[in-house]
Ligand binder design. Sequence first.
Ligand code: ZN
Length: 276
Amino acid sequence: MSLPPTQPPPDQPPAAAPSRRPVRSAAPKQNWTITNGIVTILTVAVLAASLFTLWTPANLFSNQMLDQMFAAWQAAGTPAVTYPSATPADKPVIGIVAGHWKNDSGAVCDDGLTEQEVNLKIATLVQQKLKKEGYIVDLLSEFDPLLSGYRALLLVSIHNDSCVYINDEATGFKVTAAMTSAYPERAARLTACLSTRYAETTKLSYHFGSVTMDMTDYHTFNEINTETTAAIIETGFLNLDRDILTNQTDLIAQGVVNGILCFTRNEDLGKPTSQP
Ligand SMILES: [Zn+2]
């Protein structure tokens, strides 16, 4: 929109200050709106980039930008949480999915050990440990009816990788966040907490290069409420990590719990956890 700069409208005196005209004053406002829009787009782009580059150890251990955003979110106050769950709750609810439970076996070992039973054992221990910390914890099956629109402080789905020998590098864990989250910075923070604390606790290493579409496009992420911060962890490979997964299951579960507590307590990722 523009007006002739030198010719005032005939019904106004020539001496009227041009800067008082509404059209003139509207111009900077419009520019500001456009600039603000670009800033918003850039912010989203940076967040998306952070999520996709999060899987490198350097970023996992020193993502100060995410730490600052999470701190800002916490400073703004966590909303009172009274989410519907298996147990009516006035305390924060945490959802733990035992991968494949009540649906299928998942990976199967030659001697009959199934991924599903390992997942369930770990998930049950995680539930017990988090309950001791004062949380309401729902133990959910792979396609649990509760998952539709599920609202909770966070949700973690526990899986394990193949029992087939692939190569000597097929060992370690993987974590992926829900990209559909309404708060990507929280999903990134949960992923960083789980990866860091799980590695510290179990001494297993992050397995690069094998995060699959099954993880990034995990069906549960599309079922839950987008405000529920969610992640999926593959706690190890059933072949090379079988010993720690089945004989030190309590330690495996503690690794997941330490990751979750790191998120709920907003722990400094640069310092080791105080949990056993
Ligand atoms: Zn699985």
